[in-house]
Design a protein around this ligand. Structure first.
Ligand code: ATP
Ligand code: MG
Length: 573
């Protein structure tokens, strides 16, 4: 990786003026004062996200712009308050109370958001499930969480094995219902109409459970990560300093609420900051996405490397068809952001793409590139104020710059997970070194305190005595004009320990050939290092990915070694 490349400040309107100074002076306690519960001690995150604004000058401000192929709607903060209140009342009428798990298995539509907020308002613990899950994935999660209620559509209901789920008592259906509803089934729209728009909010403690998120399943069976209301402190402040949200912003986070980015930054961060939120239903499509940016005049755009790589694949010409002049801040999370993508973004959008790092378990952003800071392409940035990050060896000793080790965070921080649902042993593993949270990612730090992602700990390759992070090789590979995406694994080798094997999907217009393999090998050898060049290359039409768009290296490895592939519930079709 090139540590000397820098992209200087280009983003306007920074909430944070100076990173070092902010880092030095920051105290989470000051953030708490923003919220009403600072005085009362009782709290509800949905109240802080919606009602607080509905009771202020922002009451008629647009909170949500929604669109998909068939619908186009908008809701003010006041309307969001009333809709979520109604849903809270619907749940209460069914006898659902504080602490009960309410799951939502739905496409991204306004009803999903009303349900999500309404359930939190009555103190229930919400579990959002990605709409593309098939039956086994749905069963696993509803069984593990013992959900008592489910909000879903008549179509998706076919994938819910209701008979096998004794805890599941109530099913609320959103959409056209044919025939009579059996016992325990309810019509969302009818119930909403009948419910009052006034709701007595359930005031809870900051440490009370709010949300269960199952992880992406990149490395194994997804874990049920429990978050509490207190996480809002981090959502709010990272929204301010990382997303750089300001009063007039139009914000679009492309993630589905089935993944943590779609809740922490698709719901809480924008609304806690009182900002207008754009939600687009439906699947990825370059034209639709650019049209969305243009139509709403999106100013802050939060997406993922896989999307940026696909947009890069769609080329520059298409960008010129749209007016993206209002866009001022672009961010990325979920996977390593290849330097090539950052350079491309700068050229084509005229903006930097700001990488940031966090995970389901951390609940919020921990390491980031801030608008006021120089970007080093390939680095995820520097720790958020109030967060102490370090690279540790297996014993927990802090390592000096440029040494690869465990990326670890000093405990605690406001949005840290409070449990892995029904799996204490798993939870404790993250905290096995006293005082630290061990992320499971490997990284190193440079002399300026920037962190550089290397790979999942299990993914690090040991070849001829050298430790190679797959990300660095993949990033070099995608610089080659023929390569659209690449996944790199270590393949056992009697001489070298492991050799590097790359799975590559080609860009349109390129055909697999032996010459191309050689050319790509030479390209990495010259551009990176001989030991890091892939001795084996396999071309594939598509790489195995999670539904949240991450390359599943464990699946590539299993294929390669002829081993079982493990839990595939989160894999794309
Ligand atoms: P599972 O834990 O089930 O294997 P997962 O780790 O992919 O799945 P998430 O919590 O959605 O589930 O993803 C967090 C992980 O994504 C991080 O641990 C890291 O490996 C990767 N990641 C997130 N952001 C970045 C980033 N900016 N750069 C590199 N990797 C990132
Ligand atoms: Mg993980």
């Amino acid at each position: 990786m090139d540590h000397s490349e820098r992209i200087k400040v280009m983003t306007t309107g920074n909430n944070m003026k100076d990173y070092e100074e902010t880092y030095r002076n920051f105290d989470w306690k000051d953030v708490e004062k923003v919220f009403s519960w600072y005085e009362t001690g009782k709290v509800n995150a949905a109240y802080e996200a919606i009602d607080r604004h509905a009771e202020s000058d922002r009451r008629d401000k647009i909170a949500l712009y929604y669109s998909d192929a068939n619908r186009e709607e908008q809701y003010t903060f006041l309307e969001m308050k009333e809709k979520s209140n109604r849903f809270g009342n619907v749940l209460r009428k069914l006898g659902i109370k504080k602490g009960d798990r309410v799951f939502i298995f739905m496409p991204r539509t306004p009803e999903l958001y009303f349900s999500f907020l309404g359930a939190i308002k009555i103190g229930a613990v919400v579990g959002p499930l990605f709409e593309a899950f098939m039956e086994a994935a749905v069963r696993d999660r509803l069984e593990n969480s013992e959900a008592v209620a489910l909000v879903t559509t008549p179509q998706l209901l076919e994938r819910v094995p209701v008979k096998d789920l004794p805890a599941l008592k109530h099913i609320i259906l959103v959409g056209e219902i044919e025939g009579e509803l059996g016992e325990g089934y309810y019509d969302f729209h009818k119930e909403m109409e009948a419910a009052s728009p006034e709701l007595e909010i359930e005031w809870v403690d900051r440490e009370d459970p709010m949300l269960i998120h199952y992880t992406s399943g990149s490395t194994g069976k997804p874990k049920g990560v429990l978050h509490v209301h207190n996480a809002m402190i981090q959502h709010y402040q990272t929204g301010k300093w990382v997303l750089d949200l300001q009063e007039d912003d139009i914000y679009w986070c492309t993630a589905d609420p089935g993944w943590v980015t779609g809740t922490s930054y698709g719901i809480f961060a924008p609304w806690l900051n009182g900002v207008t939120n754009v939600i687009r239903g439906g699947r990825f499509n370059p034209d639709d996405w650019y049209r969305t940016l243009e139509k709403y005049g999106v100013t802050v755009w939060y997406s993922a490397p896989t999307a940026f790589r696909m947009l890069m694949g769609a080329g520059e010409e298409i960008v010129k068809k749209y007016d993206l002049s209002r866009l001022r801040h672009i961010l990325s999370v979920g996977e390593p952001l290849n330097p090539e993508v950052v350079r491309w973004g700068l050229k084509v959008y005229g903006r930097r793409i700001h990488d940031n790092w966090w995970m389901t378990e951390t609940g919020g952003i921990l390491i980031a590139n801030y608008p006021c800071m120089e970007i080093k392409p390939g680095s995820m940035g520097r720790p958020f104020p109030g967060i102490q990050a370090a690279i540790l060896d297996d014993q927990g000793n802090e390592l000096p710059p440029y040494q690869m080790g465990h990326l670890a965070i000093r405990t605690p921080w406001p949005s840290m997970m409070r449990a892995i649902w029904k799996n204490k042993a798993k939870y404790d593993e993250y905290f096995r070194i006293p005082g630290w949270y061990i992320s499971g990612d490997s990284a190193y730090m440079d002399e300026d305190g920037y962190f550089w992602f290397q790979g999942r700990l299990d993914d690090v390759i040991n070849t001829s005595g050298e430790r190679v992070g797959p990300f660095e090789v993949e990033s070099k590979l995608v610089e080659h004009p023929a390569v659209a995406e690449a996944g790199v694994i270590g393949k056992p080798d009697p001489v070298r320990g492991e050799i590097i094997k790359a799975f590559i999907s080609l860009r349109a217009g390129y055909e697999p050939s032996e010459e191309l393999k050689k050319e790509i090998y030479e390209f990495v050898k010259k551009g990176l290092a001989a030991h890091a060049a892939p001795r084996e290359i396999e071309f594939r039409d598509k790489l195995p990915k999670t539904r949240s768009g991450k390359i599943m290296r464990r699946v590539l490895k299993a294929w390669e070694l002829g081993l079982p592939t493990g839990d595939l519930s989160t894999m794309e079709d």
